[in-house]
Design a protein. Structure first.
Length: 396
């Protein structure tokens, strides 16, 4: 009897060891597959980025899982399913506005990057069913200007109930390049803090419904992109659909040092939401911020409420970046924040004077020519191999 019990006990122990070893082998294999994909669920080893993107989007329409086909991972390069970002560069119809448009256009010409296209070009590719060029475009940019000259015209449009969103071309302009195809003409009076940003994000949400953009970025006219740094950032931090939900990207600011409220009675109306919901912590973003297009659509619905919540005047303080981020954080679902430090920025601001801009031109010309600039060769994050190596930490 004792021998029988000992035999059973030994059998159970041995079985447990075997099962543990098998589970370890399975886990090790899954980690190996995950490592080959850089640890990101939206990576695939398919030989066709286009077909992979389409396949994954179709497979994940009902369930948000991804299937990864493992081949010889050592010889088959990882492919990325890349997101698309609509970038609105905020300008106006002025001498400076025209100068800033010229600066951005010059940089895009230097880069000559097939991953960049104007919104007008992307729409052409889309309407022509040009899958190759449409898929290549990852950063889709447009200059954004308010051109409604009616003194009683709206400063904000966040639905299609009362005003059409865009103005027909051509418009009478101080600088005629405002009528160029790479400019979006909003049917609002030009403004900084009274609804232009909300209008742009509404526009971006409308565009995303047709063209499938996953993110929308607002960029100040005097903020110059570091294009290759942006693509590295996007590959690491901006997952494509269907993983692009409630994502908000920007820099942190501290309101502690703001001037005191002109009327202390306004404190409760302006700050109670942050005190109740976030223990008084309040963040907002500045020269650049971007969000997933589902949040852009939410901002459009929240904008009218922002003027009436809590009390007359709502929680708006008249600083567009502050007010826009406040709208974002009123989302009923948690926000996924990507916070960017000063040394992590993929843009440069403020670029107002000519000397600073000319230095940027020299730097980007040297980058594209693979020549030394201020003692070093600058990274060109262009080829598939370079993008994969950077993501896996092979290059700095």
């Amino acid at each position: 009897m004792a021998m029988s019990r000992n035999f059973l006990l030994n059998f159970v122990v041995l079985t447990s060891i075997v099962l543990t070893l098998l589970n370890g082998a399975i886990l090790l294999k899954s980690r190996r597959v995950n490592t080959q994909n850089g640890g990101f669920p939206w990576r695939s080893d398919s030989s066709s980025t286009i077909s992979t993107r389409r396949r994954l989007q179709e497979e994940n329409e009902d369930e948000r899982t991804t299937t990864t086909t493992t081949t010889s991972a050592e010889t088959t390069p990882t492919k990325l399913i890349r997101s698309k970002t609509l970038v609105g560069i905020f300008v106006d119809d002025s001498f400076n506005g025209c100068s800033y448009r010229k600066r951005h256009r010059s940089l895009f010409k230097i880069w000559n990057d097939s991953r960049v296209c104007t919104l007008a070009d992307f729409q052409t590719y889309f309407n022509a069913n040009d899958e190759v060029n449409k898929e290549r475009c990852e950063l889709i940019y447009t200059f954004v200007a308010g051109v409604n000259k009616d003194k009683d015209g709206p400063t904000e449009i966040v639905n299609n109930a009362t005003h059409k969103l865009l103005v027909d071309r051509p418009v009478v302009a101080y600088k005629q390049d405002l009528n160029d195809p790479d400019v979006t003409l909003l049917n609002i009076r030009e403004n900084m803090n009274d609804g232009k940003s909300q209008t742009f994000f509404y526009f971006a949400s409308v565009m995303s419904q047709t063209y499938g953009f996953e993110y929308a970025m607002k960029l100040d006219a005097d903020a110059m992109l570091h294009l290759h740094d942006f693509f590295l950032f996007a590959d690491k931090n901006l997952p494509p659909a269907p993983w692009n939900t409630n994502i908000f990207v920007g820099a942190l600011r501290d309101k502690y040092y703001w001037p005191p409220k002109a009327n202390p009675a306004d404190m409760s109306r302006l700050e109670s939401f942050w005190g109740n919901e976030y223990d008084g912590v309040h963040v907002y973003t500045g020269q650049m911020y971007l969000m997933s297009t589902d949040l852009a659509a939410f901002v459009a619905t929240e904008a009218p409420m922002s003027r009436t919540r809590i009390g007359p005047g709502g929680y708006l303080e008249g600083h567009e970046d502050h007010d826009l981020s406040a709208m974002v954080f009123h989302s009923p679902t948690p926000i996924h924040m990507v916070t960017i430090g000063k040394t992590q920025r993929f843009w440069e601001h403020p670029v107002k004077g000519q000397p600073r801009y000319e230095r940027i031109l020299r730097r980007e010309n040297a980058r594209m020519a693979e020549e030394r600039f201020e003692g070093r060769i600058l990274r060109r994050y262009t080829s598939e191999e370079a993008r994969q190596a950077a993501l896996l930490g092979v290059v700095s």
